[in-house]
Ligand binder design. Structure first.
Ligand code: CAA
Length: 259
């Protein structure tokens, strides 16, 4: 992968979208590398949390590549939307928890990429927006769906119809991000959060991700049955036995083994 750099640090990994000359805009090559990233992380049992950020100091991702989109036909536009949607959906359902560390512009496809992660934190220099209608298109990598679910339908409609950007403090206020950090502290904060997640029992963490993501798609009666099954699936794992034994024996648990 040349457009996405992957660095493993113990049980966490940091992926950096690496196309700084175009503010990390998502062209077909970047999307293909993001798809490969998901497969690599899925196959690597040592990775227990993934941080995604953008290279350079200016942008997380400034959107889908406008040059590549400018001459698309109707059918090609739909296919380009599917390409982005397939990759972002694969990221969203990746069992490993993901944190978007948003270090600057997160516009269009960049905001959509962050919304496909489990958790969003940003720098005080971050700028969010869905500028698509100003370019004559709709958001195409999940923005109409995930923004409405994540903030509220009314706020999502305001952001999307006006195409106005918002700053980090407003993103925090509407619940688009969980926290804002001084730019120089963002990556340390993201990695610290990833390490905290990675220290917990991985089978249980992944079961929580599945329960929350899939449960939100269900009615409550079915959602609690899903939770019961995932709760049950943690029992008899080595990590459950160790975690509970350690509590009862009043000692610190051994590092969890992902078993
Ligand atoms: N696509 C292609 N190239 C992009 C890009 C994008 N989305 N965003 C920035 N770039 C390129 C610029 O063309 C420029 O390249 P050159 O140096 O070769 O001219 C380079 O990145 C630097 O950008 P600027 O000179 O524009 O930097 P700036 O600081 O003046 O402005 C910005 C920064 C406000 C983010 C501005 O670049 C901008 O508005 N970018 C486009 C944002 C946008 O509209 N994103 C949504 C795209 S549509 C989409 O994403 C659809 C979807 O849902 C799938």
């Amino acid at each position: 992968m040349t457009n996405v750099l992957l660095e493993k640090k113990g049980n966490i990994a940091v992926a950096t979208i690496n196309r700084p000359k175009a503010l990390n805009a998502l062209n077909s090559e970047v999307l293909a590398d993001l798809g490969e990233l998901v497969e690599i992380v899925k196959a690597d049992s040592e990775i227990r949390a993934l941080v995604i950020t953008g290279s350079g100091e200016k942008a997380f991702v400034a959107g889908a590549d406008i040059g590549e989109m400018s001459t698309l036909t109707v059918a090609e536009g739909e296919a380009f939307g599917k390409k982005g949607n397939d990759v972002f959906r694969a990221l969203e359902v990746l069992p490993v928890p993901t944190i978007a560390a948003i270090n600057g512009f997160a516009l269009g496809g960049g905001c959509e990429l962050s919304m496909s992660c489990d958790i969003r934190i940003c720098s005080d220099t971050a700028v969010f927006g869905q500028p698509e209608v100003g370019l004559g298109i709709t958001p195409g990598f999940g923005g109409t769906q995930r923004l409405a679910r994540l903030v509220s339908p009314g706020m999502a409609k305001q952001l999307i119809y006006t195409a106005k950007n918002i700053k980090a403090d407003e993103a925090l206020r509407i619940g688009l991000v969980n926290a804002v950090y001084p730019a120089e502290e963002l990556m340390a904060a993201a990695e610290k959060m990833a390490e905290t997640i990675a220290k917990n029992a991985p089978i249980a963490v992944r079961a929580c991700k599945k329960a929350i993501n899939e449960g939100l798609e269900l009615g409550m009666d079915d959602a609690i049955v899903l939770e019961e099954k995932l709760f049950g699936s943690c029992f008899e794992t080595a990590d459950q036995v160790e975690g509970m034994s350690a509590f009862l024996e009043k000692r610190k648990h051994e590092p969890y083994q992902n078993k």
